[in-house]
Design a protein around this ligand. Structure first.
Ligand code: SF4
Ligand code: SF4
Length: 423
């Protein structure tokens, strides 16, 4: 942390005392969880560097962009089309909300029985702790769950918020509604930036975001190998960083990491023994610095091989066809791509059940952990069907409900028993 950064945060109105306390907690946790791993791929050095200065380097870039007249658009969900933001020369930045640190601040306003993700993100705003939020000209929310949409109403008292209506079904009627929302979002972004979105600009932005998706797909592909060449927590970190890092730089670094991982695979080098139990995690997203479950699993000798989650496969699974065409044609293709995300907010959501089984098979998972954030009713209720579906397919499943608090001991007991059962 440099004096320069401190001055920048102070100028942005960050509560420096609280911010220092957050950073002082993050550093040792990162050391313990990440830097203590042995035989890590060298390519992780970039991601260590980025996290090591998590509120410095990137925030400075965003400030520089704003100084040159550009806009910054903050998002909380993988439904917000980054392509549209980038096509107007604005920078999208996915906000993290994975720490218990900001939860008590939010609980002074929001009901305690709200999911930790919502409380953590709202606490960041209330506590003046997040420089990304401060650097943003617009926050884009969505109606994916009731807690979030109400939180966005309150957040809008503090800063400009636009909420996209994500439908709850995937019928033709719902798809039309969503296409309308995507068109309206284009207008909002054009108005914010003062830049008209052109067919070329949209095609270029689509290509860049697709390239990052391809790089992340390539990373996940390497995790199908036995032994697995990268730890689950490192792979999770890469996905988490991809939400806020520069798209092109991130793509390059992920590809570089993949070169190394593919070379490890060709020599049979792994991060864990080939017979380590392989676990697929499915459920709620894990925002930085939520690494708890991966850490417990991997400390117990298991390999997390895939995340069916918005900080996993749901973030990059579908590409947008790069066929060009008019702005309208492209907006339609963008809208259709996002409707392929199998968030639990949809009903029915059978595609997600099939996806989990498909992923468990492709990644040779010995078992699935369904990860649910406490008070997330959408995922908790969908877990009933997930469990039934997996049991019918003979895939062992352990549903886990937790928050950002320290319940490591309890979780560890359940996980140890599950791993023992897997043999
Ligand atoms: S789980 Fe649903 S609401 Fe949450 S980030 Fe993913 S798509 Fe958005
Ligand atoms: S984890 Fe569940 S309750 Fe929390 S924001 Fe996401 S969908 Fe909403």
């Amino acid at each position: 942390m440099t004096t320069d950064s401190k001055q920048m945060w102070a100028d942005m109105g960050i509560d420096l005392e609280r911010h220092d306390a957050l950073m002082s907690a993050l550093e040792p946790a990162y050391k313990e969880i990440y830097l203590s791993q042995s035989n890590r791929p060298e390519g992780m050095a970039f991601f260590d560097y980025v996290v090591g200065d998590i509120h410095g380097i990137r925030v400075r870039e965003l400030k520089e962009h704003a100084k040159n007249g550009g806009k910054v658009v903050a998002t909380y969900c993988v439904f917000v089309p980054e392509e549209i933001v980038m096509a107007a020369n604005a920078v999208p930045v996915g906000l993290c909300a994975g720490t218990q640190f900001s939860v008590p601040l939010a609980e002074a306003v929001l009901p305690q029985n709200t999911c930790a993700l919502i409380k953590s993100s709202f606490g960041f705003s209330l506590g003046q702790i997040c420089p990304y939020l401060k650097a943003s000209h617009l926050v884009v929310g969505e109606t994916t769950c009731d807690g979030k949409k109400k939180m966005f109403e309150i957040l809008s008292e503090h800063q400009p918020v636009h909420v996209m209506e994500v439908p709850n079904k995937k019928t033709q009627l719902s798809r039309e509604l969503w296409r309308g929302e995507v068109n309206a979002f284009k207008n909002v972004i054009e108005q914010l930036t003062g830049n008209g979105i052109t067919a070329d600009g949209l095609a270029q932005a689509t290509r860049l975001v697709n390239e990052r998706r391809r790089a992340l797909q390539r990373l996940y592909e390497t995790r199908k190998s036995r032994p697995v060449p990268i730890s689950g927590k490192d792979a999770l970190l890469v996905t988490q960083v991809s939400f806020y890092d520069d798209v092109q730089r991130c793509t390059k670094q992920v590809d570089k990491l993949c070169d190394e991982l593919e070379s490890r695979i060709s020599t049979g080098e792994g991060i864990l023994p080939p017979d380590a139990p392989r676990i697929l995690i499915s459920g709620c997203p894990m925002a930085i610095p939520n690494w708890k479950l991966h850490h417990i699993l991997e400390t117990a000798g298991a390999a997390v091989v895939c995340e069916e989650s918005c900080t996993g496969t749901r973030a990059f699974s579908h590409l947008i066809p790069e066929n060009g065409g008019t702005v309208d044609d492209q907006l339609r293709a963008i809208a259709d791509r996002y409707m392929q995300i199998h968030c639990a907010c949809f009903t029915p959501n059978e595609e997600r059940l099939d996806d989990i089984v498909r992923l468990a098979e492709e990644y040779q998972a010995d078992g699935v952990i369904h990860y649910n954030l406490q008070f997330c009713h959408t995922y908790a209720n969908e877990a009933v069907k997930v469990k039934k579906h997996l049991e019918e397919t003979n895939i062992p499943v352990l549903p886990i409900e937790t928050d950002y608090g320290d319940d490591t001991g309890q979780l560890k007991n359940r996980i140890d028993a599950f791993l023992e059962m897997l043999g």
